[in-house]
Design a protein around this ligand. Structure first.
Ligand code: NDP
Ligand code: GDR
Length: 375
């Protein structure tokens, strides 16, 4: 996609930037503001909210490469004002003024803070950047909401904070809202800070702010260096003959893996309740990385042991060994339950990545692409 003036996904120079009030377009629609709209969850949440009739505004960060691949399929040119219900704006969680300005301009009813440096292993490499975006970024956004409400009186505004099961860290399962946190990475410690900032802004200022404590959730849109997608990408490429080895770290870690499409509904449900609260969202089933490998490779008739090589570089200084959520509160209060189980999730991801590898193979055979090993 070309980011020339005509195709730029941001609207800094168009409708929403002060020249035209978005409310005049669809006065009855609810308005959501999403940080991290270009990420896995941001894309599913946008689809979900558009289906519910929302106008969705997303904050995207400037990058030297296009970063809107996950939402290109729902993008409509803003010049088509009545149809373009997803709008994008440049901002960054490290830039407080941009957050406040977009709140004042967009006047959202609901704010979903999904943006993060979300890779646990990478957080050991860039700890203070991770803390700045994940912890202080959440604080900046909460403070922007607080000051926006104080200035405008729009006290009905609701805030969702993307919390993580990583906050439980080494505390044994099952983990519920009452389980103590023991974070095991700069990422997890930063998410704990963001969690408590959110609780504090709720208690101190009466802001309708919720923490979703979400266990791992995956999809065909998962980033390619998270273990599930790394595995299913490799399965597709090995099956099609583009790759033979897959280098991984700790195979004994156990995770409660659900489907991202199911989890964004829980985020929305939290903001539809009478009172703000915190909720664990999980499938309540846990599987090791090795079990994921067995299902993924087995599904296409391969044996993972013929392909997987252990590489110490993927081990973490401190590991989270075992996560398994207790989502009884979300089930009871929100009426939420997951629709996609473990095997269905793995197969959905493998199916998509086999198709992806077939498309890559066409390009490789035509000499347009190298069949490079995955990073
Ligand atoms: P992704 O890594 O797929 O997406 C992260 C998003 O944050 C991207 O849109 C990214 O933009 C954006 N972002 C990163 N840094 C900044 C910044 N400085 N300013 C503004 N935006 C930024 O994450 P997921 O969609 O998987 O997760 C969504 C949220 O939920 C994250 O906060 C994550 O930590 C949390 N979470 C995720 C779980 C999971 O299993 N997926 C479980 C529990 C919590 P860009 O596209 O430009 O990189
Ligand atoms: P996680 O997800 O750390 O749980 O965080 P990830 O998929 O990165 O790791 C899961 C487990 O797999 C082990 N592992 C490997 N991980 C990666 N990435 N690459 C490998 O090669 C590899 N080999 C083994 C890991 O050690 C770990 O035990 C995700 C993120 O989405 C967070 O943002 C989110 O908060 C949590 O899930 C809940």
């Amino acid at each position: 996609i070309n980011k020339d003036s005509n195709t730029d996904r941001s609207e800094s120079e168009s409708a929403v930037n002060g020249t035209q009030n978005p409310h005049t377009l669809q006065p009855t629609r609810k308005i959501a503001l999403i940080t991290g709209i270009t990420g896995q969850d941001g894309s599913y949440l946008t689809e979900f909210l558009l289906n519910k009739g929302y106008e969705v505004h997303g904050l995207i960060r400037r990058s030297s490469n296009f970063n809107t691949q996950r939402i290109n399929h729902i993008y409509i040119d803003p010049h088509n004002a009545h149809k373009a219900l997803m709008k994008l704006h440049y901002a960054d969680l490290s830039d407080a003024s941009s957050l406040r300005r977009w709140l004042d301009t967009i006047l959202p009813d609901e704010v979903y803070n999904l943006a993060a440096q979300s890779h646990v292993a990478v957080s050991f490499e860039i700890p203070d950047y991770t803390a700045d975006v994940v912890a202080t970024g959440a604080l900046r956004l909460l403070e922007a909401v607080r000051s926006h409400v104080a200035a405008s009186g729009r006290s009905h505004i609701k805030y969702y904070q993307a919390g993580s099961s990583e906050m439980f860290g080494s505390t044994p399962p099952p983990q519920s809202e009452a389980t103590p946190f023991h974070p095991r990475s700069p990422y997890a410690a930063s998410k704990c800070a963001a969690h408590w900032y959110t609780v504090n802004y709720r208690e101190a200022y009466g802001i309708f702010a919720c923490n979703g404590i979400l266990f791992n959730h995956e999809s065909p849109r998962r980033g390619e260096n998270f273990v599930t997608r790394k595995i299913t990408r490799a399965v597709g490429r090995i099956k099609i003959g583009l790759q033979s080895k897959l280098f991984l770290g700790n195979l004994q870690a156990s995770r409660d893996w659900g489907f991202a499409g199911d989890y964004v509904e829980a985020m929305w449900l939290m903001l539809q309740q009478e009172k703000p609260d915190d909720y664990v969202v999980a499938t309540e089933e846990s599987h090791t990385v090795e079990e994921f490998l067995a299902v993924a490779f087995g599904y296409v008739g391969l044996d993972w042991r013929d392909h997987v090589v252990i590489d110490k570089r993927y081990f973490r200084p401190t590991e989270v060994d075992n996560l398994k959520g207790d989502a009884s509160k979300a089930k009871k209060v929100l009426g939420w339950k997951p629709r996609v189980g473990f095997e269905k999730l793995v197969k959905m991801m493998v199916d998509e990545d086999v198709e992806f590898a077939k498309r890559e193979k066409v390009l490789v055979d035509a000499g347009y692409m190298d069949a490079q090993q995955q990073p």
